[in-house]
Design a protein around this ligand. Sequence first.
Ligand code: NZQ
Ligand code: ZN
Length: 388
Amino acid sequence: MENFNFCIGTNIVFGKDEIAQLPALVKPFGCKVLLTYGGGSIKRIGLYDRVKELLSDCEVYELSGIAPNPKLESVEAGAKICKEHGIDVIVAVGGGSVIDCSKGIAAAALYDGEPWDIINRKAEITQALPIIAVPTMAATGSEMDAGAVVSNPATKEKVSFFSPHILPKASILDPTYTFTVSAYQTASGCADILSHLWEQYFVAKSTFMSDMLVESVIKTIIHYAPIALAEPENYEARAQLLWGSNIADNATLCNGNGLCVFGVHAMEHELSAYYDIAHGVGLAILTPHWMRYVLKKSPETVTARFAHYGRAVWGLEDADETALAQKAIQATDDFLHSLNIPMTLKEVGIGEEHFKEMAAHCVATEQTAYSWVPLDENDVESIFKMCL
Ligand code: NZQ
Ligand code: ZN
């Protein structure tokens, strides 16, 4: 087991109607609040009115219209409001895009230069406004991690940035708010959660405990995703997915493992940077093809691991390890197909015209170079082509 430092400072408040705790969670940070949200789903589910009522003693400013794959312009607009009005705390209500954008705003609000410098890691984040998050879908786990992703459409870049300063101070997770998430976004979110788990599991060095933890959360998502799709208001299913998304992406499960670099995520961020597709859908399209590609490219590295995954997660057996690894890939592919989301790039309107530059961009992030099976530009372009 490797040495590690693990300090998660987010106070998680989980369960139905726990939004009532919002004023108490906000108060220690001040009374000037920036409320951030997306395209209106929080108004349709009554959450906007409830939050405004709960914050009626505060001076509340708003930034709405934060788009999926949040854009730099929203970070800039939010930072401007914070600076002009001396905002004390940000309350982010929505999906991962709203929470990520709010993280950018929180850091940019206390930075004198251009917000993009912070996002593309030119400038280190040394401070940020406190964030209270209220996630309304199960996917990214942004409400309890120290990372965020923001896009710059002008340069076709989608960039991840990290800092302990942007970790939300508290997050309120009420599964009932996720009842209205569409089947498409529910499936996309589940594919994202699974991808976070796979990216931590398909690594060179993991521990027994980490493997057991990740396998159990993968099985939980596989069990409950179809239930949530069939019965959108099934509380237990939505609760398991929401908590699963939370613990899937903040190192809880992989502490003590060796290097873990999210290589498939790096490839997906090119797809959503160029074509603005749903992140989880991009991951669902890429993952089975990436598995097939690395099995062929580096069988000595991946065969035993994929075979182990087939046994532990899918209950598969085969005397031949390669055959078992292939069966595990097929089971993964079949499950993602069963979620009824696009499984080819053509279905989401992506052709091969930008593959070369996307592959170059992707490799420049260095994520693929340090991932389990290092990938160069040709590898990434080949995987994109397999996904057509
Ligand atoms: O904008 P509104 O109207 O709120 O609608 C949203 C949006 O259209 C809708 N939605 C959210 N909650 C809803 C709802 N609709 C009905 N009822 C509800 N309760 O869902 C749509 C998608 O929302 P979005 O926030 O974009 O989805 P998600 O949570 O999947 O976030 C995706 C973004 O997070 C990044 C992705 O790259 C992408 O930009 N990621 C962030 C990570 C992190 N911070 O750690 C890690 C991830 O790997 C990922 O990269
Ligand atoms: Zn993800």
